[in-house]
Write a protein that binds this ligand. Structure first.
Ligand code: PMV
Length: 291
């Protein structure tokens, strides 16, 4: 029997990396789908070039559903991989949905997110769980590791431009690098975590009350914290400065960094065009409306 499933891209607005260490973070799902078609086959294979890690994650998810046979897994998506837009989470969610369908199981988004977490563990080693949570449900959330996400009601839709540096960031290594900073400089790191937690709480209020100007400032500050834990790159800094020079209210890394993407907040839909134009000569850009 052929079965299908879908997961969505995501963007982390505030708190990536620090969320792995225990603070809150804010993210939203994006309307960019990843579709998986699962067809019984002679061997486990995927229709696009991927590394062994994708096969390993797939096997783990399929086994968890009691699907110990082999399959052709067909992936169809425009989400770039290794870019901080949640390719691995969208894939793990889509495969979990397809596997559930193959077993005739109807699962809540929460159960799907739990199965998808098994894939994320293979991809990322020590995931906070924010990506698979965002990818399995719609909307913006306040997230803390091990807790149920809290939906955020946006006071106004957010107009975001996402620019991809074209470089791949390896989440597993970047997360391990941040953990090392915490181990080596605990006082410095705990102070940053305290600041990040306060910032996320304020950002949630700004989202709810449509205070976009302050929200942009908080994005800039959050970017500074991410720089301090070593996950920015020359290209990410370039995206952030181009965005700021072209009227972004705020701009920051989104996701693990080390390459991947940065996001810029526009005042309204009209201003996204200036940002898209300014960034698209050097980078692959996506426009996203959140809420
Ligand atoms: O792998 P990415 O780039 O989508 O980012 C994941 C977000 C991190 O906070 C860096 C890791 C995590 O598990 O929360």
């Amino acid at each position: 029997m052929v079965s299908t499933g879908t997961g969505f891209a995501k963007t982390i607005l505030f708190g990536e990396h620090f969320v792995v260490q225990g603070t809150h973070a804010i993210g939203a799902s994006l309307s960019i789908p990843l579709n998986v078609t699962l067809t019984p086959a002679e061997e486990l294979s995927i229709n696009i070039p991927t590394g062994q890690i994708v096969l390993d994650a797939s096997r783990k998810i399929l086994d968890a559903f009691g699907l110990d046979g082999n399959y052709l897994i067909e992936i169809d998506t425009k989400i770039p991989s290794g870019a901080g837009m949640g390719w691995s989470a969208a894939y793990s969610v889509a495969l979990s949905r397809a596997a559930a369908a193959a077993q005739g199981m109807e699962l809540t988004w929460k159960r799907i997110a739990e199965y998808a977490y098994l894939g994320e563990e293979v991809f990322h080693g020590n995931p906070s769980g924010i990506d698979n949570t965002l990818s399995s449900r719609r909307g913006a959330i306040l997230f803390k590791k091990g807790e149920d996400p809290i939906p955020i009601e946006l006071g106004v839709p957010l107009h975001i431009v996402i620019a991809h540096t074209g470089k791949m960031g390896i989440t597993k290594d970047l997360v391990a690098g941040v953990a090392q900073i915490r181990a080596e400089r605990p006082d410095f790191f705990l102070e940053l975590m305290k600041r990040e937690e306060r910032l996320v709480v304020e950002a949630k209020k700004c989202l709810e009350t449509a205070n976009l100007e302050r929200l942009g400032e908080l994005m800039d500050t959050n970017h500074g914290y991410l720089k301090q834990v070593g996950v920015s790159t020359l290209e990410l800094e370039d995206v952030v400065s181009i965005a700021k020079e072209n009227g972004a209210l705020g701009a920051k890394i989104t996701g693990a960094g080390g390459g991947g993407c940065a996001i810029a907040l526009a005042e309204s839909k009209k201003e996204t065009e200036t940002l898209m134009q300014a960034l698209s000569s050097k980078y692959l850009v996506f426009e996203a409306q959140i809420g």
